[in-house]
Unconditional design. Structure first.
Length: 246
């Protein structure tokens, strides 16, 4: 998968166009869904196991193989496969599933980074997906957004109670709320997902979602997502016009 990302991104950069053949989008996206744990780490960019390795080769982690990748390579490929709205929906949902697994592991009385980092790393990744959604050409963006929402609706499951399966409860409620509350013509589209997820998580844990603590976390995650959105715009601009980026 690592070699595939580099090769596809390299071809995209040579052509200066974030696009691939339409029949490659779905299978490549499906492969990336299987690597969602790795892609989340690459997108949040702080895990030293991914950012500080002496070489770029995949490595063994227990029974699992991990892979790192150049951030711009991943962004290029995510943008290319996301021309297929179902692929985008599946990739975004896979990212949220990774987020909810980490949120579910936060102890009830955690403080500091132990409490805030899972939500902030989630938002950092979501910001790249927000930037990709913003990059869809306006000529078909509303239909694309509508198709994304349809895919999320078609793949939604009824969430179990939080006490039974915390992670599945959060992701299930997120998917339900997106389908119920988000419109295809909305300017923000899914860009308030980090706040939505924090509200679901906090409510399930019996916290006051209007507290100063929760509001402060929501503001931090909004900033994290916006930073990644801007970085996505820059990465895609440099792919298309490398001479402008030095």
């Amino acid at each position: 998968m690592q070699a595939t990302l580099a090769a596809v991104s390299g071809d995209i950069e040579r052509r200066r166009e974030a696009a691939i053949a339409s029949d490659l989008r779905a299978p490549l996206a499906a492969a990336l869904v299987d690597y969602a744990q790795d892609t989340q780490e690459i997108l949040n960019g702080v895990n030293g196991e991914y950012t500080d390795r002496e070489d770029s080769a995949p490595w063994q982690d227990g029974a699992t193989v991990r892979m790192s990748a150049r951030l711009d390579d991943l962004v290029n490929v995510l943008r290319a496969v996301s021309e297929d709205p179902a692929a985008y929906a599946d990739l975004r949902a896979a990212h949220v599933r990774q987020c909810t697994t980490r949120l579910a592991d936060v102890p009830a009385h955690a403080t500091g980074a132990d409490d805030t980092w899972p939500a902030r790393s989630c938002a950092a990744g979501l910001g790249y997906y927000d930037g990709i959604a913003d990059d869809i050409p306006e000529s078909h963006a509303e239909q694309w957004r509508s198709d994304v929402l349809r895919r999320l609706k078609d793949t939604a499951d009824s969430p179990p109670p939080y006490k039974v399966n915390p992670a599945q409860h959060i992701v299930g409620r997120w998917q339900q709320e997106v389908v119920e509350q988000v419109d295809a013509d909305r300017t923000l589209f899914l860009q308030n997902d980090s706040t939505r997820i924090i509200d679901i998580w906090g409510t399930a844990r019996g916290e006051d979602i209007d507290s100063k603590k929760t509001n402060a976390l929501q503001q931090k995650t909004a900033n994290d997502a916006n930073t990644s959105l801007v970085e996505t715009e820059e990465a895609l601009r440099c792919t298309r016009s490398p001479t402008e980026c030095g």
